[in-house]
Design a protein around this ligand. Structure first.
Ligand code: R5P
Length: 320
């Protein structure tokens, strides 16, 4: 049985978000010592006495200007290992964005199922539990992780935001691929409740043609409505843009995009700048960078996911 107050750790690159969570919990971040060696190896150790304590480590796993995804993953795993070796009663990995979650099945023969290998790495270093936000595919995540896992959803944040601003307009929520249909339906239902009205759901199919990803069939009614495209993440922005074009072709009046994770790789800036999109709404579940600050100010709204993590950690503590 864990003793004493929760010890909340964060690697330096996830400190900003972890501080928001710690603030909500009314605690300070636990101290750790981080050092780096000339060839890129690193060493991190907790400075608190760990025996019998319940620890959580916050680390969002997408690259930033300093660290690659793989660096961040190693840094997290090694810290969890050190905490575990120091005698902690339990260690929860708090991973707002879980990397490699999209590689969760073999599409071509002999492809890696990397999400499962990542899950095995967490297990190998003694992770007791993992808490994530809007993973790519919930069933695949739950199957890959044999340890207790919890997924938080950004839907309540998006509902609050859009209901307050667009609540009186005819709305339709659209999933940019079939895999996201359930998420879109949950969002649409919650939004309808908050707006005390009807919110339709639509989806556009995404498939490969000659090696390129293209949009296929479209289902739903869009004419004269305000469309909100919802997805787990924006990487290059290609998926959102294709869906926005489909919304426009089918008569949407205005188009918004909501995505939990702002990976913003490659040409994402051009996509966000596109006049098709009225506004892009994301969360702070990972470092927001690789975006032009002027574009950020003009077109991007960031919602704070820290309160959701703080509540989930409080509930976990109460139950432990
Ligand atoms: C894939 O199915 C995901 O849910 C996202 O739609 C996709 O990863 C977004 O990537 P991009 O922005 O590069 O199209």
């Amino acid at each position: 049985m864990p003793s004493g107050q929760l010890l909340l750790f964060a690697l330096s690159e996830s400190r900003d978000f972890a501080l928001l969570v710690a603030d909500r919990l009314g605690i300070a971040l636990a101290d750790l010592e981080e050092s780096e060696f000339e060839d890129g190896e690193h060493k991190t150790r907790p400075l608190a006495e760990m025996r019998g304590r319940h620890a959580c480590v916050v680390q969002s796993l997408f690259s930033d200007a300093r660290y690659t995804v793989n660096d961040k993953l190693c840094r997290l795993l090694f810290l969890i290992g050190a905490i575990n070796d120091a005698g902690a009663a339990s260690v929860t990995a708090v991973v707002p964005y879980l990397c490699y979650a999209r590689q969760d099945r073999k599409v071509e023969p002999q492809e890696p199922v990397t999400s499962r290998y990542v899950a095995q790495l967490f297990e190998a270093v003694g992770t007791t539990r993992i808490m994530v936000m809007d993973v790519h595919d919930l069933a695949a995540f739950q199957n890959a992780f044999r340890r207790p896992s919890e997924q938080l959803e950004a839907i309540p944040l998006f509902v609050e935001y859009f209901a307050a601003r667009l609540g009186s307009e005819p709305l339709v929520v659209i999933s940019p691929d079939i895999g996201g249909t359930r998420r879109a339906m949950r969002f649409s239902k919650a939004l309808a409740t908050a707006c005390k009205g009807e919110v339709d759901t639509a989806f556009v199919e995404k498939h490969r043609a000659g090696g390129t990803i293209v949009s296929g069939s479209f289902a739903g009614v869009m004419e004269g409505r305000t469309a909100i495209i919802i997805d787990d993440l924006i990487s290059t922005g290609g998926t959102i843009l294709r869906a926005a074009r489909a919304c426009q072709e089918h008569g949407a009046r205005r188009i918004f995009a909501a995505a939990t994770h702002a990976v913003f790789a490659a040409a994402a800036n051009q996509v966000i700048a596109d006049n098709l999109l009225a506004q892009v709404v994301i969360t702070n579940a990972g470092p927001i960078h690789r975006i032009d600050p002027r574009l950020m100010e003009k077109k991007v709204t960031v919602l704070d996911a820290a309160p959701l993590f703080a509540s989930a950690l409080k509930a976990e503590q109460a139950g432990s």
